[in-house]
Design a protein around this ligand. Structure first.
Ligand SMILES: Cc1cc2nc3c(=O)[nH]c(=O)nc-3n(C[C@H](O)[C@H](O)[C@H](O)COP(=O)(O)O)c2cc1C
Length: 364
């Protein structure tokens, strides 16, 4: 890689937070916490490799937020009490040792939870059975059950859970920022999505109303986060419905990104299978370009197949500020250093996630 004029190597600020470059580790669930949801020493060493390898920002795997319906997977880490928050300090300290920043991704699995030690059954916006099959590599099997439609009280609890988790993340665990998981088919995306949200109350209806829960969660999290950046991850595709497109097309992009900007998020993280492709068909504008158009002043993280330096630089030209890398980082925890020093990059081998997607001994 010719390191001259590579924008990806230049520093970037999200609010008060200074990042040393624009390489971010994408959030990746690795079901490697203890059964009670505590982050482990192995996780600290696993995350440290990415910081040491040159990623300026590390976004954690999705962390559950409450002791009711948020947990999605057995051995998923949580941020629901002091003990879980303290367990994360080993991770954040390891990341900070290498001058990288750490964001906690906080998530509620909603109707696609497939492992929850606190409650039986699942909840969602409406009693609609999720598409797809549970993920085997996260200990799942068969179809997802039909969720219970959430009551006002359930929704209030979920919002409170996000706020509590964010408070523990910043106040105790040592994270530098919060990413609210609004993407990929989990609870907040279930509210955003036409076919999973059939509500006729204030939380359902057109896309303006369906984005409402995300906005409430942003407001609740911002209240407790102090100066720390608070952002949100948004996608069209879902873990249980890869090809989903927003039914209102470009008009939804305008409403969603505009509403997030108005809510005062410090960053937006967009993810698509191939981030550079047109977001809608017919069309020739990517979700990166749409986010930049409709939320012009908000720092933008882009993700999805952007591990090739040319494509990453193009995404920056298209309006992204930071490039998040998932699978290629698993294969190359030192990807930024490799690219900077022209070393070969290893291909991602899906076997690393088999039979269970937990962290393997070779990864730390
Ligand atoms: C093993 C694995 C776990 C993932 N877990 C999460 C997660 O917890 N939260 C999330 O937002 N995305 C998750 N993702 C999606 C990635 O963040 C990313 O969007 C996806 O891998 C595409 O980016 P890539 O082409 O750079 O790999 C996961 C992906 C993988 C491969």
């Amino acid at each position: 890689m010719n390191t001259n004029d590579r924008q990806i190597l230049t520093p970037f600020d999200i609010g008060n937070l200074k990042l040393r470059n624009r390489f971010a580790l994408a959030p990746m669930t690795r079901v490697s916490a203890t059964e009670s949801g505590n982050a482990t020493q192995a996780m600290a060493r696993y995350y440290e490799r990415f910081a040491k390898g040159g990623f300026g920002l590390l976004i954690t795997e999705g962390i559950y937020t409450d002791r009711r319906f948020s947990q999605g997977y057995a051995f998923q880490p949580g941020l629901t009490d002091e003990e879980q928050a303290l367990a994360w300090t080993a991770v954040t300290e390891a990341i900070h040792r290498h001058e990288s920043a750490a964001f906690a991704q906080i998530m509620h699995a909603g109707a696609i939870s497939q492992g929850n030690r606190f409650v039986t059954g699942t909840v969602g916006p409406s009693a609609v059975q999720p598409k797809g099959q549970q993920m085997k590599f996260y200990y799942g099997q068969g179809q997802y059950p039909v969720p219970k439609a959430m009551s006002d009280e359930d929704i209030a609890d979920a919002i409170q859970g996000f706020a509590n988790a964010a408070k523990l993340a910043i106040g105790t665990a040592g994270f530098d920022g919060i990413e609210i998981h609004g993407a990929n088919g989990y609870l907040l995306d279930q509210f955003l999505t036409d076919y999973t949200n059939r509500r006729s109350d204030r939380w359902g209806g057109d896309v303006k109303r369906r984005v409402g829960l995300i906005l409430e969660v942003i407001a609740a999290v911002k209240k407790v986060a102090g100066q720390a950046p608070v952002g949100v991850r948004i996608s069209q595709g879902k873990v249980n419905d890869y090809e989903h497109k927003w039914i209102e097309g470009d008009a939804s992009a305008e409403i969603i990104f505009g509403a997030l900007a108005d809510a005062g998020v410090d960053f937006i993280h967009v993810t698509e299978h191939k981030a550079w492709q047109p977001a809608f068909s017919p069309g020739n504008t990517s979700l990166i370009e749409l986010a930049r158009r409709y939320a012009p002043a908000i720092p933008l993280i882009a993700n999805g197949g952007l591990d090739n330096p040319g494509q990453a630089e193009q995404a920056l030209l298209d309006g992204a500020d930071i490039i998040a890398i998932g699978k290629a980082a698993l294969a190359n925890p030192d990807l930024p250093h490799r690219l900077m020093t022209d070393q070969p990059v290893r291909d991602f081998d899906p076997a690393i996630l088999e039979p269970i997607a937990n962290i393997k001994d070779s990864e730390f």
